[in-house]
Ligand binder design. Structure first.
Ligand SMILES: [Zn+2]
Length: 317
């Protein structure tokens, strides 16, 4: 399997959000990619400038960051052709790698705009090198800039940042320093093409936590009443864990719960409800082992929310 490390540059509506095309807020104008083989040796590169169709003027931010002009972009290929060239170049056995989570999603949104989403099967499993860098060198939740990582690792700075091919090169260089175990134990899922049916649902077991992506529901409430969505299993022995704290939320999107496995201790559940472009809902649940202190902390958080709600209700009366 090859690693396709890619980076996109995009333009946005030059006249502000009010006038943007809702189906394509960010129009891809450049694709840069590096192909690494299974040993993470560099074997090829790809670069394509894209002729913009939706936004015919460059947003000042885009110009500031990447410094291209329309005349230059107009020499490029149309997106449909460019993306065909790119995906053909990727080959048939590869995994996408990007710096951060945005590029995989934007690539699909641009494909969808042109009716080409079937070119990439979703949900897309990929490697977020920004996250891998955090896991290997810092702490899991840290997110750094690409330039920070390049400096941290003392890698040679040959080209400018924020050009698609240069950023892909730097990202590939960072990926080359990450251990295979770390890469393969921390794959990411992009749910722009979310699971639709029960049989498409995703369960992934990582080293110390579990991730689940549900099928679609018509409402948030329906999702939060589903047994599979709200169940909690121990991440180590997979046994049903006894609920210590029912699911609660401080807003409609994020829910928390605590459960207990007699052998392995406390577990924290977190459910994030996501809305699709078609106004349906799906849930992303993570379950992980936590200490007793963390469990108590979550309990206190719940009590505080409850007290606040009671106070509000009281004030209304
Ligand atoms: Zn257990």
């Amino acid at each position: 399997m090859d690693y396709i490390v890619f980076d996109l540059e995009w333009n946005q509506c030059p006249y502000g959000k009010e006038q943007e095309n809702e189906r394509l807020p960010f129009e891809i104008i450049e694709i840069g990619a590096i192909k690494l083989n299974e040993q993470k040796e560099r074997i090829d590169e790809f670069h394509q400038i894209i002729h913009p169709v939706v936004y015919r003027k460059i947003h000042f931010r885009t110009r500031e960051i990447i410094g291209v002009d329309m005349a230059e972009l107009d020499k490029g290929e149309y997106f449909q052709q460019a993306v065909c060239n790119f995906l053909r170049w990727c080959g048939d056995d590869y995994a996408f790698c990007t710096w951060g989570t945005l590029d995989v999603m934007e690539l699909q949104r641009n494909l969808k705009y042109y009716g080409l989403l079937a070119f990439i099967q979703g949900p897309v499993y990929y490697y977020d090198v920004q996250k891998l860098f955090a896991v290997q060198y810092e702490t899991r939740h840290e997110r750094r800039s690409l330039e920070y990582a390049v400096d941290y690792l003392g890698l040679e700075k040959a080209g400018e940042f924020h050009l698609a091919l240069e950023d892909a090169r730097y990202t590939a260089m960072v990926l080359q320093t990450i251990q295979d175990d770390c890469i393969h134990g921390n794959c990411s899922i992009d749910c722009y093409q979310n699971p639709k049916l029960k049989e498409d649902e995703i369960h992934i077991l990582y080293e110390d936590y579990e991730k689940y992506v549900s099928r679609e529901f018509n409402t948030k409430e329906e999702a939060m009443h589903d047994r599979e969505v709200t169940s909690m299993h121990c991440v180590l022995c997979r046994k049903n864990a006894k609920r210590k704290l029912k699911w609660f939320s401080n807003n409609a999107k994020l829910h928390f719960a605590v459960a207990y496995c007699p052998r392995h201790g406390y577990l924290k559940g977190k459910i994030r409800i996501k809305k699709t472009e078609d106004d349906k809902f799906f849930a992303i649940k993570t379950v992980k082992l936590i200490s007793e202190e963390e469990a108590l902390f979550i309990r206190d958080k719940q009590s505080a929310i409850r007290r606040k709600r009671q106070r509000k209700r009281h004030e209304k009366m």
